[in-house]
Design a protein around this ligand. Structure first.
Ligand code: MTE
Length: 327
């Protein structure tokens, strides 16, 4: 973001999709084998406990998912190693490798999400109740950072709209704001920046209600690693990655465009909308091309797609707007 342009990282081998799917099949088989053995040993009622979301508090815990019609297909997944070791999470340091090293102390249980503002009644949701609210879907999305690098990630979650419906917003709710966890004791690296914490992001209500906007609990079939925003984050695949607030503890329904972290830091560089747009350059670099992390260097450069390739689903949200002005 403001701090530096991306530097080249040594990237590990990509997980080919087939290999990943085989790994998932293998894990499922192992899991169902364990279920069969476990069922005999424990009795069926214990099984639900073994696989209850409570257990999902621990890093590496598998999540049961269903395939989603909203998944993006045909592109090679970025390896788990790169997805979890090349991160932006400035509360844990400004280098890409810092979050993986420093986020271990993030306390992901107990965890609640408080909902307030223009809603019928303020409410607090427990993370384990949220995990059970809807079947978890695996959705492969392109992930495009404003720094002109990109990845392809198999996220796990369900549409944010499902959660918003539970929040019962009132007609005055025009925008939704997401606030991340902030504790200067746990996140002492945060003071290396001039950011006014907690991290804040926001969406217009129709953007938040678009089925593509994902309330995200996991990736690669497992709970989110801390560095990727455990235990709950947003993923908005047609926007630059900074719109996707991590480790959310507060959701506010508001009547005005909320103030957001990067827009506050430098409004000429980071607009509120921040739709991926190859025709609007960042003041310090072009957005026409991107570098796909993890590929051999001669395959990394590729043209950036309008709305990150999700135009069919989202372009209508911006009809009549000047996307050069409302970038
Ligand atoms: N959320 C919080 N709380 N803090 C952050 O620094 N960085 C944003 C976004 N969400 C950030 C955040 C940016 S700049 C990007 S590109 C994405 O998270 C990175 O997500 P990833 O590390 O899972 O790829």
């Amino acid at each position: 973001m403001l701090i530096r342009k991306p530097s080249d990282i040594p990237s590990s081998a990509i997980t080919p999709k087939e290999q990943y799917l085989n790994r998932r099949r293998f894990l499922r088989n192992v899991a169902s084998g364990a279920v069969a053995v476990g069922a005999a040993a424990l009795g069926a009622d214990r099984l639900t406990q073994v696989f209850s979301p409570k257990v999902a508090a621990f890093a590496g815990t598998k999540l049961q998912t269903v395939q989603s019609p909203l998944t993006t297909t045909g592109e090679q997944l970025t390896s788990y190693e790169d997805v979890t070791h090349y991160n932006n999470f400035y509360e844990f340091g400004v280098q890409k490798s810092d979050p993986a090293q420093n986020a271990g102390g993030l306390p992901t249980r107990p965890w609640t999400v408080h909902v307030e503002g223009h809603v019928k009644k303020a409410k607090t949701f427990d993370i384990d109740a949220l995990l059970k609210l809807r079947p978890l879907e695996e959705r492969v999305y392109r992930h495009r950072c404003v720094e002109a690098w990109s990845m392809v990630i198999p996220w796990v979650g369900y549409s944010l709209s499902e959660f918003i419906n539970q929040c019962e917003p009132l007609s005055g709710a025009k925008y939704v704001q997401f606030l991340s966890y902030y504790n200067s004791g746990v996140q002492r690296w945060a003071s290396q920046t001039t950011i006014d914490w907690p991290y804040s992001e926001g969406l217009r209500m129709d953007e938040a209600m678009n089925p593509l906007t994902l309330l995200t609990f996991g990736l690669y079939g497992e709970v989110l690693p801390n560095q990727n925003g455990a235990p709950i984050r947003i993923v908005v695949p047609w926007k630059y990655g900074f719109k996707s607030a991590k480790s959310i503890v507060r959701v506010r329904f508001v009547d005005r465009q909320p103030s957001t972290t990067w827009n506050e830091m430098a409004s000429n560089e980071y607009g509120f909308y921040s739709n991926v747009n190859p025709n609007v350059d960042h003041p310090r670099w072009s957005q026409k091309v991107e570098r796909r992390i993890g590929l051999p260097f001669w395959q990394q450069r590729r043209a950036t797609l309008m709305f990150n390739g999700y135009g069919d689903q989202v372009a209508s949200l911006y009809t009549g707007m000047d996307l050069r002005k409302d970038f």
